[in-house]
Design a binder for this molecule. Structure first.
Ligand code: NDP
Length: 449
């Protein structure tokens, strides 16, 4: 991942100067710029019109205080964020993350990635991301509700069904979306699709909970199909045990694979008989417990208290579905040594740049997050469409659309990689295919935009 073009490396230098102490944001920009040199040479108007200089600067950043009271009536203060990065092709769209690590760098990296991902879906949605440095772990139901209500009281001024439509992410699942939407509804006196990932009873779409994991597997199936392979009979390792990981397990298993390991932020479990998804879900979703409990309940399985070690478990297919930079160079080497043929990213930016380079250099099929995990936001856009129509599509219809979208993303990324001289490189292909559409819209809108 090197930037050889002096114009693009100059832009990166400026980004680093203007956004000091924001390593994740700098990393995400560097990754995209490292692939854009062939486009810049073919399309000189992009440079003349300063498209990339404009693209790396968020349209708007909102930071706000979130104060709430805990169960002991003590006042707590968190910091909320919404980065409305780019609305050239549609209203801002991107999830909310509640995690103690949340800061401006992480939200900006996620918002920047979201621009290209949303463009790749083929749907008219711009890029955004938000969240708070709030840790839902160990909080009571009442505390979660009060936090969500306070967070939304401020956020509701900045979002809306035609301007900015948040969704879930790490730490924001169906429970949190329910509280957030309830507060939005109350303070704006509006029943619109201003948030996605809603429950079925109040405007949610079928397949939205499953969408990122299912979409990841549909995309991976296309990648494997390209070399005459499939999920059937393969050993799969999935990091994380949250929304994306759980539904990746479900679909990969349905497609004939055996998932032998999963993890949480404390450690990982290995079950050579195949990880039993119902037990994982009971532990993580119902009890909000630790994955170590799996090994206490399932004979023959083991628990290792080192989440990063999961990549030492031999597998054919690795699906990192936990968090950013969770898979580094040493893990990449271990995966390649053990015969892993395919890595597809369910999480956002889970592989470090050197790990990504190592996979590409060693002929591993590599599906970058922007393309591989776009199924979640694509289905969110389908939820928005249903909300606008005041109508609900059947599960099978949404699932079929999701599958079509993932197949198209694969085709478009593959075609762009080929057109720009790097056949088979989906990192380049996804970045360029996503970028070109946004760049065209920005050119059409003129410079003040
Ligand atoms: P969840 O909060 O539902 O789950 C996150 C899971 O990852 C938890 O099991 C958590 O464990 C685990 N985890 C966190 N850090 C680590 C770590 N260092 N090593 C191993 N496991 C870890 O989040 P989601 O499943 O929604 O999101 C996961 C990733 O997918 C994120 O990168 C997100 O941005 C991305 N994504 C999500 C989409 C969605 O629709 N939800 C859409 C597109 C991308 P613990 O319980 O210990 O915290």
């Amino acid at each position: 991942m090197k930037i050889t073009d002096p114009y693009l490396s100059g832009i990166l230098e400026q980004v680093c100067e203007r956004n000091p102490c924001q390593p994740e944001f700098q990393q995400a920009v560097a990754e995209v710029l490292s692939t854009l040199s062939p486009v810049i040479h073919r399309r000189p108007e992009l440079r003349e019109m300063g498209v990339i200089e404009r693209l790396v600067e968020p349209e708007r950043i909102i930071t706000f205080r979130v104060s709430w009271t805990d169960d002991k009536n003590k006042v707590q203060v968190n910091r909320g964020f919404r980065v409305q990065f780019n609305s050239a092709i549609g209203p801002y769209k991107g999830g909310l993350r509640f995690h103690p690590s949340v800061n401006a760098s992480i939200i900006k990296f996620l918002g920047f990635e979201q621009i290209f991902k949303n463009s790749l879906t083929g749907l008219p949605i711009g890029g955004a991301k938000g969240g708070a440095d709030f840790d839902p772990k160990g909080k009571s139901e009442w505390e979660i509700m009060r936090f969500c209500q306070s967070f939304m009281t401020e956020l509701s001024r900045h979002i809306g069904a035609d301007t900015d439509i948040p969704a879930g992410d790490i730490g924001v699942g169906s429970r949190e979306v329910g509280y957030l939407y309830g507060q939005y509804h109350r303070v704006r006196n509006e029943v619109t699709g201003a948030i996605t990932g809603k429950g079925q009873s109040y405007g949610g779409s079928h397949v939205r909970p499953e969408a990122t994991g299912y979409g990841l597997c549909y995309f991976t199936e296309e990648m494997l199909g390209g070399i005459g392979e499939s999920f059937d009979g393969k050993r799969v390792v999935i990091s994380g045990a949250g929304n994306v990981a759980v539904f990746s397990h479900e679909k990969a298993t349905e497609l004939g694979a055996k998932v032998v390991a999963m993890s949480d932020s404390s450690g990982y479990i290995v079950d050579e008989d195949g990880v039993q998804l119902d037990i994982v879900r009971e532990i993580k979703e119902k009890k909000r417990g630790r994955i170590s409990e799996y090994a206490e309940r399932v004979r023959g399985s083991v628990y290792v208290p080192d989440s990063a070690g999961i990549w030492n478990v031999p597998c054919d297919i690795a699906l990192p579905c936990a968090t950013q930079n969770e898979l580094g160079l040493l893990s990449a080497k271990e995966l390649v040594k053990n015969g892993c043929m395919c890595v597809a990213e369910g999480a956002n930016m889970p592989c470090t740049p050197d790990a990504m380079d190592y996979f590409l250099e060693n002929g591993v099929l590599y599906g970058p997050a922007k393309a591989a995990n776009a199924g979640g936001v694509a289905t969110s856009a389908l939820e928005m469409a249903q909300n606008s129509m005041r109508y609900t599509w059947k599960f099978s219809k949404v699932d079929a659309r999701l599958r079509d979208i993932m197949v198209n993303i694969y085709k478009n990324a593959t075609a762009a990689a080929e057109e720009y001289g790097t056949p088979g490189n989906l990192v380049v292909g996804a970045n360029i295919a996503g970028f070109n559409k946004v760049a065209d819209a920005m050119l059409s809108h003129g410079i003040s935009y």
